[in-house]
Design a protein. Structure first.
Length: 197
């Protein structure tokens, strides 16, 4: 039976990590940030994390040892972040990566901009053109309802008409969280540049 601080530490790790937890790995090169998606498949406390080989837009990406990432994951409505890097790479029986175990896991504050409740149609430009409805909007992002599922980290372009303002054309958008509400998919979106209203 565990007691004291050790019990608190084990409970804390259990609360954070579980097999199948979606992870987003962010790599920054020359002021460009790329977002890869993977899933946690195991870990050894204070030593390493094990995850599926990362994907970019649903396709495998080349990974090298030593690459540093910022990892993000979401539990309920809270997003957490940590620094990590690639320890090793496995290929059999399926591609996996070993990541350094986080020294610190921080809660991320996402709402940097005041949001306004609106309801305007939007066009989503990716491989195909789709539609959605923006339900709230700020300079840094929006909440959009759509019938289509996107993975966290997916990137596309949005166009929409601002209420009593200009039309926004092809602003780059990044999906930060996804949840379902009745028959709709709700996408929490961050704009790659500040929206000028």
């Amino acid at each position: 039976m565990f007691k004291g601080n050790r019990m608190k530490e084990i409970l804390k790790i259990k609360d954070y990590f579980k097999v199948g937890l979606p992870l987003s790995l962010h790599e920054e090169i020359a002021d460009k940030t790329t977002y890869y998606q993977t899933e946690l498949i195991g870990w050894k406390r204070n030593q390493f994390l094990v995850a599926d080989s990362p994907l970019l837009d649903g396709k495998p990406v080349k990974i090298s040892k030593g690459i540093a990432y910022i990892g993000h994951f979401q539990i309920l409505r809270t997003v957490y972040g940590f620094e990590t890097s690639v320890l090793d790479i496995g290929s059999k029986p399926f591609p996996i990566i070993f990541l350094t175990y986080p020294e610190v896991i921080k809660e991320m504050y996402l709402r940097r901009h005041k949001r306004a409740k609106i309801n305007v149609p939007a066009s989503i430009y990716s491989i195909v053109t789709r539609t959605g409805d923006i339900m709230d909007l700020s300079e840094g992002g929006c909440l959009m309802a759509t019938e289509y599922y996107y993975e966290v980290g997916a990137e596309f372009y949005l166009s929409f008409q601002l209420p009593k303002g200009p039309k926004i054309e092809h602003i780059k958008a990044i999906v930060r969280n996804v949840r379902r509400s009745q028959s709709k998919i709700l996408l929490g979106i961050e704009f790659a540049e500040i929206l000028k209203k």
